[in-house]
Design a protein around this ligand. Structure first.
Ligand SMILES: Cc1ncc(COP(=O)(O)O)c(C=O)c1O
Length: 406
């Protein structure tokens, strides 16, 4: 039996880059009684979350909500817009971009994978000029879609989505633009309409502070038109039936009622704080975290300061240090989970999540756990990252006060 009642003193620090800790306010909302998903109260809930989620994607266009993890929403994006044998241009920023490419292969698409060689590509964002050059060469317009990851959770690198849009426009290419912001949404600035994205894919368990289990496709008129031509077999993921039922706040099947209560609460919390304040809070905490890493004398995985992730920081270990052993020690000694390195980076780094329901003291406790763990693991440190982060946080006030003045 799994010992779910195992409870060491104090709370667990879930500092992986998603799932992120779920605030009590959201947990309470999720515990409301499950209601009839065809009844009037549900319709009101459905209409509210469908309207408010658009504000988070910054779109006036429909957002489809699936009772699925982010991987399902990836499949929905591809299967609604493409046909078997279509070429899709994907860009290797890290492990998640690689998994999305594997999915495209499984669906019978022909993915072309652009990227910088070796781990260099995992340390920088999408190079829009490479996308532009490839699209210009595609004079027959064989490429159906360009797919990129906005916040690469495996590395802590973001990508400039507006630049990708400009690259597609500069090449005067009709490809759809699809973006995975599963770990970026509601933590990093994101603008579905302004950036001309055709399908944005996201999930619940990161910036939205919900448990895993719901995911999203934000659409464009061009994507909806493409779905009418697409020959890819699909049923559960079909946008048309969902969009029809959504008009009245319902779904064609049983939706995830209790997670939708949670979503409603999360949207209220984010909109009360204000999206810009949410983004500024993430940027400030991320900067404090990076200062800590530099003070330790360790290297940040992201090699381009212009695209540092506000969501997580990848911390590279010195040669010969097993990052997983450090993580294990921190987990066992301090009851804190840090993100494991994935794919090409396995064992070489760990990831500190500073997203969602995170404040100055959450981050300071996290960095303290890291610093103690690194010392215990025998990793030579140049100085105190904790002191460097404290200096930064105390000398740079948050843009929005945590509490209203008395
Ligand atoms: C950028 C990115 N894409 C896709 C996924 C896959 O989403 P899920 O695990 O919810 O299916 C994740 C999960 O962490 C992710 O971070």
């Amino acid at each position: 039996m799994i010992q779910l009642d195992f409870h060491p003193a104090g709370r667990h620090f879930l500092q992986i880059p998603g799932p992120s800790p779920v605030p009590d306010r959201i947990l309470r909302a999720i515990s409301y009684p499950t209601i009839d998903h065809r009844g009037p109260e549900f319709g009101a809930l459905g209409r509210k979350v469908l309207a408010d989620i658009r504000k988070i994607f910054k779109t006036e266009q429909p957002v489809v909500i699936y009772p699925a993890s982010g991987t399902g929403a990836w499949e929905a994006a591809l299967s609604n817009t493409t046909s078997p044998g279509d070429t899709v241009l994907m860009y290797e920023t890290g492990h998640f971009a690689t998994l999305w490419k594997s999915m495209a292969q499984s669906l019978g698409l022909k993915p072309e994978f652009l990227g910088l060689p070796g781990i260099e590509g995992w340390r920088r964002g999408v190079q829009a000029d490479m996308i532009e050059a490839r699209l210009r060469a595609d004079t027959g317009h064989e490429i159906r879609a360009v797919c990129v990851v906005h916040n690469e959770t495996s590395t802590g690198v973001t990508s400039d989505i507006a630049a990708v849009r400009r690259a597609i426009d500069a090449a005067a290419h009709p490809a759809l633009l699809m973006v995975d912001t599963i770990s970026g949404l509601a933590s990093a600035d994101y603008r579905h309409d302004e950036w001309g994205v055709d399908v944005t894919v996201s999930g619940s368990q990161k910036g939205l502070m919900l448990p895993p289990g719901i995911s999203f496709n934000a659409l464009s008129a061009k994507a909806i038109a493409a779905s009418k031509e697409s020959k890819m077999p699909r049923s559960f993921w079909r946008w048309d039936e969902i969009l029809e039922a959504n008009k009245n706040g319902y779904w064609p099947y049983t939706p995830n009622t209790n997670l939708l209560y949670g979503l409603s609460e999360a949207l209220d919390m984010i909109l009360e704080e204000g999206l810009d304040n949410v983004f500024a809070r993430h940027q400030r905490l991320a900067e404090a975290c990076r200062r800590a890493v530099r003070a330790w004398g360790l290297e940040i995985q992201c090699a381009d300061p212009a695209v540092y992730s506000p969501v997580l920081t990848g911390v590279m270990m010195p040669e010969g240090v097993d990052a997983d052993a450090v993580r294990k020690l921190i987990y066992e000694r301090f009851n804190m989970s840090l993100g494991q390195a994935l794919g090409k980076m396995r064992g070489k780094m760990f990831r500190i999540g500073h997203l969602g329901d995170c404040n100055d003291l959450t981050l300071m406790a996290t960095l303290t756990g890291c610093e103690m763990g690194l010392k215990l693991a025998g990793v030579p440190l140049a100085g105190s990252g904790v002191a460097a982060a404290m200096d930064y946080l105390t000398s740079h006030a948050a843009t929005a006060p945590l509490k209203a003045a008395a």
